[in-house]
Write a protein that binds this ligand. Structure first.
Ligand SMILES: [Zn+2]
Length: 169
């Protein structure tokens, strides 16, 4: 699938999850506006493993972001961002970023790392299973948006989609 197809897939996934969240969770009000952007980012993430226009813009943005982290002495966080954004290019195109396992494991790992950073200010007293579960429950819609956006990419790249046979994906 091409860039526009994944863009549409990410937007539709984000809109769908936002719709479910609004209808089933009265607490979601504040985070509902972040669901679609997160689904969109993660629906694009798998193709960072190949040279493309979105890839170039993504890395331009990341360079600026890492400069801002460096200026604020956030070197540990910058290192983690660096690992995450370099990870897609260590494999061939349609390698690990195009696996359903990664679509679940990486967003979950990011939540655990986030909880690690949160608990750092409290001598890690909340960095345990309870703390991680609480964090997952708190950000469940964001997590669902990331996983679903990523899965939408893999589904749209599937061989059984007739459109993908004719075009380079
Ligand atoms: Zn792809």
């Amino acid at each position: 699938m091409n860039f526009k197809g994944h863009l549409a897939g990410g937007l539709l996934t984000g809109a769908g999850i936002s719709f479910i969240a609004i209808n089933f969770d009265s607490q979601v009000v504040r985070t509902v506006f972040t669901i679609t952007p997160i689904a969109l980012i993660f629906s694009m993430f798998p193709d960072l493993d190949t040279s493309s226009i979105p890839q170039r813009w993504f890395y331009r943005f990341i360079i600026l972001y890492m400069f801002s982290l460096a200026l604020n002495n956030e070197f540990k966080f910058a290192t983690l961002i660096g690992i995450l954004v370099l990870a897609p290019v260590i494999d061939q195109h349609r390698g690990w970023t195009h696996s359903f396992h990664a679509a679940f494991i990486v967003p979950l790992a990011l939540i655990i790392v986030y909880q690690f950073f949160l608990s750092r200010n409290h001598f890690f007293e909340n960095f345990n299973l309870n703390g991680i579960v609480d964090c997952i429950l708190k950000y469940k819609w964001i997590l669902l948006a990331a996983i679903s956006g990523w899965c939408s990419h893999i589904i749209l790249d599937s061989k059984w989609l007739v459109k993908n046979h004719a075009k380079h994906i």
